[in-house]
Design a protein. Structure first.
Length: 122
């Protein structure tokens, strides 16, 4: 049986489901996850996206109300490493197929300089 997660797309950034869908078609889906659900498998499990202003056709015309407007199957999850995580936590994410990403503060790097990201996990 497939597993599904549900995430809401906020009106603050996307006034309509169509606005989110247009950006996702150009750039791909990017959503912040507060956590990765237990047992979630990248490339297998699906995420349903909901919005408060989904258009529904009624006998009186189009009505905007909360609903699911699309779904996607994540092919990749990136985790931004903050620096205070334990090695066990990072290893667990890596073992689940999560890509670990370091953010290099402005001024700490120079153009063309290559900085290895957790080489022990690569």
């Amino acid at each position: 049986m497939k597993r599904y997660g549900l995430m809401w797309v906020g009106e603050k950034f996307y006034k309509t489901p169509a606005a989110f869908s247009a950006e996702a078609a150009k750039m791909g889906v990017s959503k912040r996850l507060p956590f990765i659900p237990k047992g979630f498998t990248i490339g297998v499990d699906w995420i349903l996206l909901a919005h408060r202003k989904c258009p529904f056709e009624t006998v009186n015309g189009i009505e905007l109300k909360p609903g699911i407007f699309t779904a996607f199957c994540p092919s990749q999850i990136d985790y931004i490493v903050k620096g205070d995580e334990s090695d066990d936590f990072l290893n667990d994410l890596f073992d689940k197929g999560v890509r670990l990403m370091d953010v290099i503060p402005e001024g700490e790097s120079e153009p063309g300089k290559i900085i290895p990201l957790h080489p022990e996990l690569q």
